[in-house]
Design a protein around this ligand. Sequence first.
Ligand SMILES: Nc1ncnc2c1ncn2[C@@H]1O[C@H](COP(=O)(O)OP(=O)(O)OP(=O)(O)O)[C@@H](O)[C@H]1O
Length: 340
Amino acid sequence: MSAPLRTSDPDPSPSSTHSAPDGAPGEVPAVHAERLRKAYGDFAAVDGISFTVPRGEAFGLLGPNGAGKSTTMRMIAAVSSRTDGQLRVAGMDPQLHGPKIRARLGVVPQQDNLDEELTVRENIIMYGRYFGLPRRHLFAKADELLEFAQLTSRARSRVEDLSGGMKRRLTIARALVNDPDILLLDEPTTGLDPQARHVLWDRLFRLRERGTTLVLTTHHMDEAEQLCSRLIVVDHGQIMAEGSPAGLIRDHSTREVLELRFGTDRNAEQAQQLNDRLRGADVGFDRIEVLPDRLLVYAEHAEAALEALHSSDRRPLTSLVRRSSLEDVFLRLTGRSLID
Ligand SMILES: Nc1ncnc2c1ncn2[C@@H]1O[C@H](COP(=O)(O)OP(=O)(O)OP(=O)(O)O)[C@@H](O)[C@H]1O
């Protein structure tokens, strides 16, 4: 579905010639940002971030509300100008080549902006007309995309009759009408139920397999883990860490976590005593985080840590052993939870 990004793209901007910092030699990265900054008055929503997305990658911006993810996406989509730094999309400067860049992008905004008056199929066709696609091509394309989005049986339905998951799939199908090299997705599954999210992840995974570059924002760690080959963790407009989901977990957390609940009033007081006890145990203990409703014990061997506690008189009300996740990485890096 994706046409390759070519190094020979005509681009009159002298500042847009640069070598690819990542990916195969000679390949222009899908996105390249250097000390990218966006300020509103004195407030820096994006505060000097640098990253490269080689083509074909599924790249994520993971961070809490207000981290600056959407602002970054708007600059990539060439609908918002940067205050400072460099940005290239398919080798082009969004401030100089907005229309050319937009022709090669698919954009899935945070809020669905489908035309509620039109049918499902008409939404795709109308959108395709903005790109000047020929009518006959567009009809065939709409049918292909409806099938991809598993909406063929709803082609004649009005948008207002669709479920939230179906609307999201239609927004993605519509964004693919111009065969984009790069698909930008802002919070693709926020607000959807678990089943709808999995259907959507499956569709996005297929796009990734076809070579479409995916750039997505999310504050859901499971989404980042499912979809992204690499991601940046963003907070207060800055990059806290960068890597693959597995690499980030390896670098910033223990292998396992033991979650303990002693009761709301007792969690904090238990933490210090447990800390002292686990320091002396051979369980690969790192630290304890106190959350309002539970303690998180970071240890390489959480089951063994639990056993060490069972031999004491400090019995938790509930206990759970799990693998470390990106949520733990975020907590480690920022001292805060991803979901407020
Ligand atoms: N037009 C604007 N004027 C002033 N401040 C803005 C504007 N747009 C965004 N901001 C601020 O910039 C910061 C980053 O916002 P942004 O929407 O990029 O965050 P986000 O990480 O995408 O979070 P969310 O998931 O909630 O959208 C926020 O503090 C927001 O209030």
